[in-house]
Design a protein around this ligand. Structure first.
Ligand code: AMP
Length: 958
């Protein structure tokens, strides 16, 4: 037994400082050092705390230390020593901190076997000396040890204080208890043995043993013998011993961490918290589960995660430690985690890992996971104590899209085939393109051709008639190509006779064919022109599909049915209400169309008792949405405007007819379901939880959707984070389509002087001033959406009033970079907010810039000290920083209103915080009568309030 040296006192001159060093294995150690070798007459003392000796009479003191060779220290001849002295003092109790040298008994002068010669004491590797000294016989209750330095260069590394004893034993059928050794080296302690049960002392020969000073039993004398008539009485072992087989002659002591308090045991029981594996023999120590692995680190590569860790600090006393990994997928709400299931792969294995690493593959893209790594050994499963594991939570990156499997042949001609397909089940990002690979089935060398399409349909031309072709399709996202879907074989139609005729054979027929075709084309052109005039006023761009304003249709019902599929209400299952729209509730549910897999949908309903105008306006959104087909624009599944009502729908009709006396039928718009709802709410809920790349990925999606809409000639007018929906893969899609009436629905929209409601904070100045809505004004709004995204749903311009926002923008102020926003992104926002709309980037350019950023993530790093929120909420150096003023007087001076200083003081406005809370009435009540001055002061107070709010929002004390 020993005591940790808790050093007490140093007499005279120098307190040996506690210093870090390295031992011979380069392990860091703490030492007490003294090295006063230049000065003569050193007498430095270091003393332990009081050590109670218990039963011990002979104490061993083991010292580990280093000592510097005086020859290696230049100019110290005469003063330098190479020894130190070890003392002790016996007392019955602690004696306080005073130290009188003459009360100490010298044990020895200690010299080093090995001294070192080079380097500095504190930093270099030291050669350790070990010396053991013995003190005793001791008679008092305890003692102190003391070290005296007389001018050496020493580092004391450790002091171990212990005594020896003979462990209890059974010998000659007698038990001998634990015995402390005697006080002298030569003394043997005589111990009487106790006969084990069913044994008795031999007459005149009682059992005795002798405990040596080294803790060994010596010289057994006498013995016990078995009692009469007892068949195997002495087989029983005493307490603390066991005999695992009756063949064993000797009882064995219970191994470590085991005990028994019965006699005659064949094995010992494990202490609490310790266990014995089934395969462990009774002779081995009981063991326990290991502690948790240490230093778990991870490395994410798209949808794979590499985990690496260090072995546990405590193996539990066993050498069969392995590791197992538990994977859980978490929803964006961290509470809800479910096991990863069998689709996830582990390399080399999920459990039984001998090495300290594993790779987990086939995780979902953009998903949250937690991984727990547990160290286990042969007794882990026996333990009922809490599992100890190291854990990490990660979010995966993007993966390539899954297979395009549902391909439909829409139209098969002699020389062309039209295909359509469903988006893969796991797009894992924004699909920017599909690649259609095809080849002639019977061609020997299988030369592939490819066609690309940005939508989910394509026509493959220039095929041979009556020929079998094999088609395969794969999707492309930022993460690369997905795997090809299954092969689809299609044979083109046979050639008709007319087409087979060659020009050499019959020029008359060719002329006839050309004439007929020309006439048909002419008729179509004239007809098309009339239809175009009548129904669609939008200008057509060559090569692109063009948006047609449904309001140009005389009969809006025709517009709905031209662009939206009529769904059978019985295919729709409504599950729950998820929101409220302008016209009625928005529900979630499922749509199962014949021959297709069922899909989650959002169902917008038209409230009962609708008027014809409301019905028209409601369906207008479907007429618009139905014209779009892009992965970043919310997809319309169809509408229910007529037809077979289901039981539930009949109920609605009942209500309509009987309660509201309206002849209406249930009307619904069915849209793809976007699990994470509106982008603004989603970001606020997950404030700070995404990487910059993830945020830029979302922005890229929105920009791609807007590029598509602007290419079609559609101007959104109400682009804002609240009108973007987010699905479970973090794909953002533009939604909320409509004409001006949709903006009426927007709570952000307010009436402006030019008439009509406008969401001021998101709208470009020219659109506010003279209703000039264009794709360039959508670009301005997009810049605001960028700001909303990078600030996790912060309200643009905070709580400034709409009028102040309009004024500030007019004066050239712009929103500053949100916190941690890469400068490149803020620059792009500023470009979107150019006053001259011709100077703003086009959506096509925005997508290109964001793509470049995503490809070179270095461009998205925020240099330290740049892009954090500036003090001023709006970017313009001419705006005074009101929060920087120390007093109301200073502020009034800055705005040239110092003449009212006394008015403020008299009314008790002594701090800027109290001023920031003032209303126009408060300002007037100060006796400031000039309207111009009231306005100036009020406008300054509003800016100050915004600045303070902004600072408080980022945790800075005003
Ligand atoms: P809206 O009338 O389009 O503004 O929709 C009202 C609310 O319903 C939105 O704010 C969303 O929370 C929710 N919502 C609308 N469409 C969908 C959808 N396709 N998927 C999920 N939630 C939706």
């Amino acid at each position: 037994s020993g005591t940790g040296p808790s050093w007490a006192l140093v007499k005279k001159r120098h307190l040996p400082p506690e210093i870090s060093g390295l031992d011979e294995n380069y392990t860091p150690i703490r030492t007490y050092q003294v090295c006063q070798v230049m000065e003569p007459n050193q007498n430095n003392w270091l003393r332990t705390n009081w050590i109670e000796k218990g039963n011990a009479q002979r104490i061993f003191v083991e010292l580990k230390f280093t000592l510097r060779d005086c020859n290696s220290l230049p100019g110290v001849v005469g003063t330098c020593k190479e020894t130190f002295n070890l003392y002790y003092q016996e007392t019955d109790s602690e004696v306080g901190r005073s130290l009188r040298e003459n009360q100490y008994v010298k044990i020895d002068t200690i010299a080093a076997d090995e001294s070192f010669t080079q380097g500095d004491l504190g930093e270099r590797k030291m050669k350790l000396n070990t010396e053991v000294r013995i003190i005793g016989p001791l008679s008092r209750r305890g003692f102190y040890l003391a070290f005296q330095d007389v001018g050496a260069c020493i580092a004391l590394v450790s002091v171990k204080v212990y005594y020896k004893k003979c462990w209890s034993i059974i010998e000659n059928l007698a038990t001998f208890p634990d015995t402390v050794t005697g006080s002298e080296f030569s003394s043997l302690v005589e111990v009487e043995g106790m006969c084990v049960s069913d044994a008795e002392e031999e007459a005149d020969n009682s059992p005795k043993m002798h405990c040596s000073a080294e803790g060994e039993w010596l010289v057994p004398i006498g013995k016990c013998i078995c009692k009469l008539f007892c068949c195997h009485p002495c087989a029983a072992c005493g307490r603390g011993f066991y005999k695992s087989s009756s063949q064993d002659l000797q009882c064995s002591r219970c191994p470590a961490h085991s005990l028994n308090d019965r006699e005659g045991s064949w094995r010992c029981d494990c202490e609490d918290g310790y266990y014995r594996a089934l395969s462990d023999p009774p002779s081995v120590a009981c063991t326990r589960p290991p502690s948790a692995p240490q230093n778990l680190v991870y490395n994410i590569n798209q949808t794979s995660v590499g985990l690496e860790w260090g072995p546990p600090a405590d193996t539990g006393g066993r050498n069969d430690v392995t590791y197992r990994v538990v994977c859980r997928r978490c929803s964006w709400d961290p509470e809800e985690c479910v096991p990863c299931g069998p689709n996830v792969g582990y390399s080399p294995a999920q459990s039984g890992l001998v090495d300290t690493y594993v790779t987990v593959v086939d995780l979902l893209a953009h998903a949250n996971y937690t991984f727990e790594v547990e160290a286990v050994n042969g007794v882990s499963d026996l333990s009922r104590t809490q599992r100890l594991f190291a854990a990490v939570s990660i979010a995966t990156g993007q993966a390539a899209p899954s297979q395009v499997s549902e391909v439909i042949k829409e139209k098969v001609q002699q020389r062309s085939i039209q295909l359509s397909w469903q988006e893969p089940q796991q797009p894992n990002g924004v699909i920017t393109e599909y690649e259609i690979k095809y080849y002639e089935k019977d061609q020997k060398d299988r030369v592939y051709s490819t066609v690309r399409s940005r939508s989910t349909s394509a026509t493959v031309n220039n095929l041979k008639p009556s020929t079998a072709y094999v088609f395969q399709i794969r999707a492309f996202t930022e993460a690369g190509y997905g795997t090809y879907g299954p092969r689809l074989e299609i044979t083109t139609k046979e050639e008709t006779t007319a087409a087979i005729v060659s020009s050499e054979q019959n020029p008359v027929i060719i002329i006839a064919v050309v004439a007929v075709a020309g006439t048909i084309i002419l008729v179509f052109m004239v007809f098309g022109f009339i239809i175009g005039r009548r129904y669609a006023l939008a200008v057509k761009f060559p090569g692109t599909k063009t948006y047609i304003d449904p309001e140009t249709y005389e009969d809006p019902n025709r517009a709905v049915h031209q662009f939206a599929k009529e769904l059978d209400a019985s295919c729709i299952k409504i599950e729950r209400v998820i929101g409220a729209g302008e016209f009625g509730e928005v529900c979630s549910g499922r749509l199962k169309l014949p021959g297709k897999r069922d899909v989650s949908v959002a169902i917008k309903t038209l409230k009962v008792g609708y008027t014809e105008k409301q019905r028209r306006d409601f369906l207008c959104e479907a007429s618009i949405m139905g014209q779009f087909d892009h992965p970043n624009v919310v997809h319309l599944e169809g509408v229910v405007t007529r037809g077979n009502p289901t039981r539930m729908h009949q109920l609605i009709i009942f209500f309509i007819v009987h309660l509201f006396c309206s002849p209406g039928k249930p009307v619904m718009i069915v849209i793809e379901y976007m699990e994470n709802g509106s982008l603004d709410g989603f970001l606020r809920k997950h404030d700070g939880q995404f990487t910059v790349i993830q945020l830029v990925g979302m922005l890229r999606g929105i920009a791609a959707g807007m590029r598509y809409l602007s290419d079609m000639g559609y101007v959104h007018r109400d682009l804002a984070a609240r009108n973007i929906l987010v699905n479970s893969n973090l794909v953002c899609k533009v939604s909320d389509f409509g004409l001006s009436r949709v903006i009426d629905d927007d709570p952000e929209a307010v009436y402006t002087t030019t008439g009509g409601k406008i969401p001021v904070r998101w709208t470009a100045p020219e659109a506010i001033q003279y209703r000039k809505f264009t794709s360039a004004s959508d670009v301005w709004s997009y810049g605001i959406v960028m700001w909303e995204v990078m600030s996790y749903g912060e309200r643009p311009y905070w709580d400034m009033s709409n009028q102040d926002v309009i004024k500030a923008i007019e004066e050239g102020y712009r929103l500053p970079a949100p916190m941690d926003c890469p400068p490149g992104l803020h620059q792009l926002m500023l470009d979107c907010w150019q006053k001259d709309r011709a100077e703003r980037p086009k959506f096509d350019q925005i997508v290109g810039i964001l793509d470049k950023m995503i490809r070179n993530p270095n461009t998205l790093k925020t240099p330290v000290g740049t892009c954090t929120r500036p003090i001023s909420p709006l970017l313009d150096q001419s705006t005074p920083d009101f929060t920087a003023f120390c007093s109301v007087g200073e502020w009034l001076e800055a705005i040239k209103m110092e003449r009212y200083r006394d008015n403020f003081t008299a009314a008790g406005y002594s701090s800027l915080e109290s001023v920031a809370r003032m209303s126009i009435e408060d300002v007037m009540s100060l006796g400031i009568t000039l309207v111009g001055h009231q306005k100036k002061i009020m406008s300054s107070i509003q800016t100050m309030r915004a600045q303070m709010l902004h600072l408080h929002g980022t945790g800075v004390q005003v």
